[in-house]
Design a protein. Structure first.
Length: 82
C-alpha cells in the first residue's frame, strides 16, 4: 500500500499556486485595473485577493475576474485608495 497523502498535498498545492499565478497575471493586464496593485494567494482552497485598487468598481472587477478563472471561494482584502 502506498501513502499518497504527500503527493496529493503537493499536487493540490502546485495547482493552487498555478491558479493564483494565473489570477495575478490576468489582474495585471485587465482593462480598468491599471492603477490597481492586486495579487492572489491561496490557503485551504480559498483564493485571497490582496492589495489596493483605485475604486470599488475596480475591486468588483478583480473579484469577478478571479471568479471566472477559479471555482474556489474568493475573499477580497483589497483596499480602495482614492
Amino acid at each position: 500500500m502506498f501513502n499518497l497523502s504527500g503527493i496529493q498535498e503537493s499536487f493540490f498545492g502546485d495547482r493552487m499556486a498555478g491558479v493564483c499565478q494565473a489570477i495575478t497575471s490576468a489582474l495585471a493586464f485587465e482593462s480598468g485595473l491599471e492603477k490597481s496593485n492586486i495579487s492572489a494567494t491561496a490557503e485551504n482552497d480559498v483564493i485571497y485577493l490582496q492589495g489596493t485598487a483605485d475604486s470599488v468598481e475596480a475591486i468588483e472587477t478583480a473579484i469577478s475576474l478571479a471568479s471566472s478563472i477559479s471555482n474556489c471561494r474568493i475573499l477580497s482584502h483589497v483596499e480602495p485608495v482614492y
